[in-house]
Design a binder for this molecule. Structure first.
Ligand SMILES: [Zn+2]
Length: 528
């Protein structure tokens, strides 16, 4: 079963009252804008976004809501930034840290805005908000009061669920210091029902307090709840129905367990339907050495078109890790899988593959899905490296079709992304250049190889131009007739035209080369 069907079924039970009252369900996810947002965070986005879309399609209207958390303290200067310039802001809320570059209102907007741009490119109809705005608008006031009054119970829940002890004078809140503006350096020591007293000091290793002691109302954006309590408060404040938790928060006794218990016992609501999801790992040699930090959501969105990126994030069970190595043949393999699932969909099948293909499309595209040609990505990647060709003509010839408008759009998109992939991540096998002169690598062919090549020459001298597919068949016939080992035969062809031992399907390659060049080169090889 496609995991999404499980989410729909659970939501029908969990939110039965809201569904009956025709109130749209809320599917929520968030990201703290503490630096450039890694591609891994897109897994949560796509899981939640698709869950929202699937619910709506199952006649359970749902709204996908995404929070940019800009109220957490700035607790680390990313290595990409100048430490001296940003260190003085450590401890301040992210919205009070300056943007690394001009154009964004603050640090959180700079990174959060970029990420929201990617989410929208993926086609999600998302409602976004900033955590600080909700606090400043007073939306958290009631939850803050409840949490402060229930601090003993909350401390008891922490201990019961996770084993962690909170001190006697623990309050689940941080205030913004009125003197230095930091939120990561304050400690609250009392609450009288309206105001809290606090001290700004050296309570954390990553930021220094100013020593100020004060008293302030904890409402209207002066303070924020500590995050596990805040998580539970968000379930209430936003009336959340579905919210998954990433692997790092999903361990037994972890953040989600604590938040769920606080939701039930302190705020008296049933926590949302959970979709625990595993990590998205980026692998690869270059990634782990020269690039070090992996790739950002923005970079990934430049590498794959939205539907493939959505597909990548949903085709596996959320509980399974996704290992993604953009440098191997992962991307061509991903396209092939996508194409197979598409075929199932267009055949009218209803299985999970067809459903995955369907939900990989943005809602606007789903309304008008037309069966179209999906030329293999790996073939396109070869064809775009042959500047003398017109891609549309080659594909029409190879597939024996006339391209429709939809076919052409698909082809153009694949060609554009193939060029990006070739220039950045493709393994050496995929990159090639047609050799203008007789390559050194093609000297010293065996008699058997030359015999097979003479038969290839014969195909090219009998006049009729064959398509890649026809050539493919003929090459296999020659292989059988001459009894040459396949590797020997195809290596000879690659050495002759590409100067290396591997390449695209030989039929496809010969089909797109200039026939004069093919004849000349084959003759030279046979006579050499
Ligand atoms: Zn201070």
């Amino acid at each position: 079963m496609f995991w999404i069907e499980r989410v729909i079924a659970e939501s029908r039970v969990h939110s039965a009252a809201k569904i009956k009252a025709k109130t749209p369900l809320v599917v929520r996810d968030e990201k703290t804008a503490s630096g450039r947002i890694h591609v891994g965070s897109l897994r949560g986005v796509v899981i939640h976004g698709v869950a929202g879309e699937a619910l709506s399609e199952a006649e359970v209207p749902a709204q996908f809501v995404y929070e940019i958390n800009d109220f957490d303290p700035f607790d680390d200067v990313p290595s990409s930034l100048e430490r001296e310039k940003f260190a003085p802001f450590l401890g301040k809320p992210l919205f009070a840290v300056p943007s690394p570059e001009a154009g964004a209102e603050n640090y959180a907007e700079y990174y959060g805005g970029e990420f929201i741009g990617v989410i929208k490119e993926l086609g999600f109809e998302v409602q976004t908000y900033r955590a600080s705005d909700y606090y400043k608008q007073g939306k958290f006031n009631a939850a803050i009061k409840t949490a402060l009054e229930a601090r003993d119970l909350i401390a008891e829940i922490y201990e019961r669920v996770s084993g962690g002890k909170r001190g006697k004078n623990w309050f689940p809140i941080s205030v913004i210091c009125e003197q230095c503006g930091k939120i990561g350096t304050t400690k609250v020591s009392s609450f009288d029902g309206a105001r809290v007293t606090y001290e700004c000091g050296d309570f954390v290793e990553w930021a220094k307090g100013c020593g100020h002691k004060g008293e302030i109302s904890p409402y209207d954006g002066n303070a924020k709840l500590l995050w596990k309590v805040e998580w539970a408060a968000k379930f209430v404040v936003l009336d959340v129905d579905v919210e998954g938790a990433g692997k790092d928060h999903s361990t037994k006794g972890g953040a989600r367990d604590i938040a769920d218990a606080i939701a039930r016992e302190v705020f008296h609501v049933e926590p949302p339907v959970n979709i625990p999801y595993e990590f998205f790992h980026i692998g690869g040699q270059k990634m782990s050495t020269s690039r070090g930090k992996g790739i950002s959501a923005r970079e990934m969105a430049d590498l794959l078109p939205p539907k493939l990126l959505r597909f990548l994030m949903i085709y596996k069970e959320p509980a399974r890790v996704i290992e993604f190595d953009p440098e191997g043949d992962t991307i061509p393999v991903l396209y092939d899988m996508y194409d197979r699932y598409a075929e199932e969909y267009f055949k009218g099948e209803q299985g999970e593959h067809a459903r995955m293909f369907y939900f990989a499309q943005a809602p606007s595209a789903r309304k008008n899905l037309k069966k179209h040609l999906m030329p293999r990505f790996s073939e396109i990647a070869y064809l775009v490296q042959m500047p003398h060709l017109t891609l549309t003509e080659e594909i029409e010839m190879a597939y024996g079709v006339t391209l429709s408008k939809v076919d052409e759009t698909e082809l153009e998109q694949r060609a554009a992304y193939a060029k990006i992939w070739l220039s950045r991540f493709a393994p050496p096998d995929y990159n090639f250049e047609i050799q203008k002169e007789f390559p050194e690598a093609a000297r010293g062919l065996s008699t058997k190889q030359k015999e097979a090549l003479s038969q290839v020459l014969a195909i090219f001298t009998d006049g009729k131009k064959l398509t890649g597919a026809e050539l493919h068949t003929r090459l296999h016939d020659i292989k059988t007739e001459t009894g040459i080992a396949p590797a020997e035969f195809f290596k000879a062809l690659y050495r002759l035209f590409l100067g290396k031992e591997s390449g695209p399907k030989a039929g496809l390659l010969l089909g797109v080369l200039d026939p004069d060049l093919v004849r000349k080169r084959l003759k030279e090889a046979i006579e050499s």
